[in-house]
Design a protein around this ligand. Structure first.
Ligand code: CP
Length: 299
């Protein structure tokens, strides 16, 4: 079963194939419509980009999308995630796109389900479809990431985007560094720390992260202006980035916190391109899920 739960589980060639396919789809490559297949999107955490771009990708592939809302489902009566997924499988759903607050929620599902699980973000664990669209955006710019330096700035400890990207970028030959508050740096990501001023001035790709207040449990007050001055992409820092460098952010963006408001639309920002690319990256992911399923069915 072609689960898509973490890029760590995919061979490097498979990741490169997905990037290539996503780029081709953006250029207008034809799709093989999948009108006989049904998908359900289960979002247990809030989302705009991931949910809407999966919806759009499913529409472009001619998939039937079974409506599912956690707020009106039997999840509210205490039904577990596993039983919810098994129910949808029993009803005839062919693949599940799931976002859930529990890190690694997909581990038991993979053992118990015979339909693909596509991870749309698990707690502070992984966000592989975001990572794929980030890679697609970098490949669209440079054709590769080998030899490039990427700085990931901000709330690394709570970031599934940072965790997914730190691993895969290094596998693809990039140098990844981290910056932002020291206490939010995560030694387990296998990257080195660099101070913000130096990091943004020396990197090819500057990836900013949202401060994830919803995952902070220490109750300490947050000073947005101070954070912006110390760790944000300010106008001053922007003047010192490399002329060919690009700025990424998975969004939603806290304008004026991790990035100055007016820099979101800067010519070197690719933040809205990332959102456009997300549709094509997710089409490639869905195609892969169904291609593998079809191969298995016809054997
Ligand atoms: N980047 C991202 O995952 O955004 P959403 O939370 O809006 O899906």
């Amino acid at each position: 079963i072609a689960h898509f739960t973490s890029l760590d589980a995919l061979a490097t060639e498979d990741i490169e194939q997905l990037i290539e396919r996503a780029l081709q789809l953006k250029q207008g490559a034809s799709v093989r419509p999948l009108p006989t297949k049904t998908v359900a999107n289960l979002f247990f955490e809030h989302s705009t980009r991931t949910k809407c771009s999966f919806d759009m990708a499913e529409h472009h592939l001619g998939l039937h999308v079974l409506p599912f809302e956690t707020a009106t489902s039997s999840v509210q009566k205490g039904e577990t995630l596993l039983d919810t997924c098994k129910t949808l499988q029993a009803i005839g759903v062919d693949a599940l796109v799931v976002r859930h607050g529990e890190t690694g929620y997909y581990e038991p599902l993979q053992q118990q389900l015979s339909i693909p699980i596509i991870n749309a973000g698990d707690g502070s664990g992984q966000h592989p479809s975001q990572s794929l669209l980030d890679l697609m955006t970098m490949y669209a710019e440079y054709g590769h990431v080998s030899g490039k330096t990427i700085v990931i700035c901000g709330d690394l400890r709570h970031s599934r985007v940072a965790r997914s990207n730190a691993h895969v970028l290094q596998r693809l030959g990039a140098t990844v560094i981290g910056s932002g508050p020291r206490e939010w740096f995560d030694e387990t990501m296998g990257i080195t720390y660099r101070e913000m001023d130096e990091a943004v001035a020396t990197s090819d790709i500057i990836m900013l992260l949202r401060v994830q207040h919803e995952r902070h449990t220490d109750g300490r007050p947050f000073a947005a202006e101070e954070y912006h001055e110390r760790y944000g992409l300010t106008e001053q820092r922007m003047k010192r980035i490399q002329p060919e460098a690009i700025v990424l952010h998975p969004a939603p963006v806290n304008r004026g916190v991790e990035i100055a408001d007016e820099l979101v639309e800067h010519p070197q920002s690719r933040i809205f391109d990332q959102m456009t690319n997300g549709v094509f990256a997710r089409m490639a992911i869905l195609e892969r899920a169904f291609e593998t399923a079809t191969i298995k069915e016809t054997r």
